[in-house]
Ligand binder design. Structure first.
Ligand code: FAD
Length: 147
């Protein structure tokens, strides 16, 4: 079965606080386990960047649901392509909140200390995700519900 990756950015809604993000993670991890989707959600400066990987049909289905979710706006599909193997095979949805540890990634790819979704393109998006992956041991947050 063909596997794909998908990367998008979005702007969190006004009421999207840490409790709301915990709820998003709880649902995401439950559904992603059922659908065998893996990946990472990054939240910084009130923006989301998410990387999804899995069977192409499942990735498209989950992304379609995500785009209908009122908890974020300005959803921009940055890149999607077939993949040979998964990067986040052990993560139903890793979560990385804003942290000083990640400022070097912003400086390298966005020429700013702040996360800037407009600087993310199909050419650099996967490299940014790989850098986030490298930071997972120190930057990952389980969420209040764990998982
Ligand atoms: P239902 O709970 O039946 O919801 C139906 C519709 O309403 C869906 O389109 C849903 O997007 C939207 N919705 C659900 N709850 C809310 C709410 N509290 N406020 C506003 N709209 C709502 N889901 C995953 O399965 N995997 C992911 O990786 C994932 N990542 C996400 C990342 C972000 C940044 C956000 C905002 C949401 C994410 N979600 C993810 C949640 C996703 O949008 C759906 O809520 C979830 O997949 C359940 O879908 P459903 O059709 O069963 O939802």
């Amino acid at each position: 079965m063909e596997q794909s990756k998908l990367i998008y950015t979005s702007t969190a809604c006004d009421h999207c606080d840490s409790a709301e993000i915990d709820k998003i993670l709880e649902t995401a991890r439950r559904v992603n386990l059922e659908k065998s989707i893996t990946g990472v959600l990054y939240f910084s400066s009130n923006y989301f960047m998410q990387y999804l990987e899995g069977d192409t049909g499942s990735v498209e289905e989950i992304y379609s649901r995500i785009t209908q979710d009122d908890r974020h706006t300005n959803i921009r599909l940055v890149d999607t392509a077939s993949i040979e193997e998964r990067k986040f095979a052990d993560w139903a949805m890793a979560y990385i909140p804003q942290s000083d540890v990640l400022v070097p990634i912003h400086l390298k790819f966005m020429d700013s200390t702040e996360f800037n979704p407009e600087a993310i393109t199909a050419d650099n998006a996967t490299d940014i995700v790989w850098e986030l992956y490298a930071q997972l041991p120190s930057a990952h947050y389980e969420g209040s519900s764990g998982g």
